[in-house]
Ligand binder design. Structure first.
Ligand code: 0PR
Length: 367
């Protein structure tokens, strides 16, 4: 620590300098996060000091968390769903696998079956929980091959995982088929909709992924991605609130006597922010945001096509991938494990940005 404190001016100048070293969101085409909605920022500020880890002290904030879960449950066709706000998809996935593991305590050598496209958070979860992770190959559309999943799942499988909106390609696994396979085996079925959960309900095309599909046990969804909340805000939703009960541990000196969360201290601010965005925009507003992102995704795909740059796959949502080896320097893009150029058309990636990017890449490929 510094022996003597610094003045506010000194601090501001140092912190401002550091902030300038960060990339400008307007050039970030690789991220699944975005600029928070202004209403989220306001509510985040208002709830800055709140701690959901001791909900009895912040009962108003705790009721906002319950409302957030209720809103998302309703969006996912189960208003009575249980759940809580996590720090993001990683925590939601870890907690889902904990629930699944605990539902089959008698299995000595438990395994989890995930698609090859699963987010790396499942590796962390399996490592922490000492679960064998079995990966299922993808079909030609880069979706989990349900037939192969049926072959790989066995009596020691504690959880089958499907992805609704894959990180790299924006694809939705065949959730109803997978749910049926899990049901037949009597296995917990978790849907990772960390990204897609705030996209799929607002698309014109109906893609089943939520609690309306019988057999879906839990769903991860992240308001801090397409929900435009402040960071960090994820949510884990469960079909039956009792699914979380086996995670309960005693917290004798707190305002609640048990908790099933992973973190102890939990920020209320992003939860307030996430709920504010949903209630401010409503279904109509969210639909407009998502449809804007989809329009931009298609403009990008069509624009790249005119330069002879083919899409790697036709995405189910706003992630565009291309058979392409170079991209203009000033843009922050990403590359998938299969070597495709990947651009996520988040709400901050406005149409003018897409046009600028197309101009830049067009010049590169014309050379
Ligand atoms: N599940 C899926 C399908 C995801 O895409 C992600 C993260 C997670 C789970 C884990 O969520 P948390 O990171 O909230 O724990 N997807 C992004 C990714 O790994 C996260 C991200 C966002 C990374 C913005 C970088 C970035 O700039 O690419």
């Amino acid at each position: 620590m510094l022996n003597k404190g610094r003045t506010e001016e000194e601090l501001f100048s140092f912190f401002e300098q550091k902030k300038e070293e960060d990339l400008d969101y307007r050039f970030i085409l690789s991220s699944m996060c975005t600029l928070p909605h202004p209403i989220a920022v306001k509510m985040h500020d208002m709830f800055l000091e709140t701690n959901l880890g001791d909900p009895g002290l912040f009962s108003g904030t705790a009721s906002l968390e319950r409302l957030l879960i209720e809103r998302l449950g309703t969006l996912f066709n189960l208003p009575a769903a249980g759940g809580y706000a996590t720090s993001g998809g990683t925590e939601s996935n870890i907690q889902a696998l904990r629930c699944a593991r605990k539902s089959k305590k008698e299995i000595a050598t438990p395994n989890v079956v995930v698609p090859e496209s699963a987010h790396f958070s499942f590796k962390k979860a399996c490592d922490i929980l000492c679960l064998e992770m079995r990966t299922v190959p993808l079909d030609s559309m880069l979706k989990m091959d349900a037939g192969r999943a049926a072959e790989i799942i066995d009596k020691n499988t504690v959880c089958l995982v499907g992805i609704a909106g894959t990180t790299e390609y924006g694809m939705v696994d065949p959730i109803p088929e997978l749910a049926a396979i899990a049901h037949e085996q009597g296995t917990y079925f978790h849907v990772d909709a960390a990204f897609g959960g705030m996209v799929l309900p607002f698309l014109d095309r109906h893609i089943p992924f939520d609690f309306s599909v019988p057999g879906v046990t839990s769903i991860a969804v992240d308001p801090h991605k397409m929900g435009m909340s402040t960071i960090p805000c994820g949510c884990l939703l469960v079909r039956d609130p009792a699914i979380l009960s086996p995670l309960n541990i005693d917290t004798p000196y707190l305002s609640v006597k048990q908790e099933f969360t992973l973190s102890g201290t939990r920020p209320g601010a992003p939860v307030a922010g996430a709920l504010a965005v949903l209630d401010y925009l409503g279904v109509e507003g969210m639909r407009a945001v998502v449809q804007g992102c989809m329009k931009n995704t298609w403009r990008l795909i069509d624009g790249m096509d005119t330069f002879g740059i083919q899409r790697a796959v036709t995405p189910d949502m706003n992630v565009a991938t291309f058979v392409c080896t170079h991209a203009p320097d000033r843009w922050k893009v990403s590359w998938t494990r299969r070597g495709h150029l990947r651009i996520v058309c988040m709400p901050h990636v406005h149409r003018d940005r897409i046009e600028m990017f197309l101009e830049d890449i067009g010049e590169m490929y014309a050379r």
